[in-house]
Design a protein around this ligand. Structure first.
Ligand code: SF4
Length: 101
């Protein structure tokens, strides 16, 4: 193995967890809201996505990824957009959220 290919390996491994995500075969529209969705429709869709995340074997890795890479859209790692905004703005201590993994 060349030095170059060795150097690429960690990047591939860093994304491997996504292959085990419980959302892999789910409808992506559950995790990413349509434009201008608000209120009860948004709450119900978020709740359905969060229920899938709650059973996910890679929730910890997914949450780490989303918080590190600041994914702005969608439900990731058992967190809604609003929950992540609260963490990033310091309104919520991420340690107080349900422990992942
Ligand atoms: S934690 Fe949620 S968004 Fe992340 S891989 Fe699992 S099911 Fe998908």
């Amino acid at each position: 193995m060349s030095e170059t290919s060795k150097g690429l390996r960690p990047t591939v491994e860093a994304w491997e967890w996504q292959l085990s995500g419980a959302c892999r075969d789910a409808d992506s529209e559950l995790f990413f809201h349509p434009e201008l969705e608000r209120g009860a429709a948004r709450q119900h869709r978020d709740a359905a996505a969060l229920a899938i995340c709650a059973e996910c074997p890679v929730l910890r890795q997914c949450r780490e990824h989303v918080l590190t890479h600041r994914e702005n859209y969608g439900v990731w790692g058992g967190l809604t957009e609003d929950q992540r905004d609260a963490i990033w703005s310091g309104r919520t201590d991420k340690r107080r959220l349900r422990r992942a993994g």
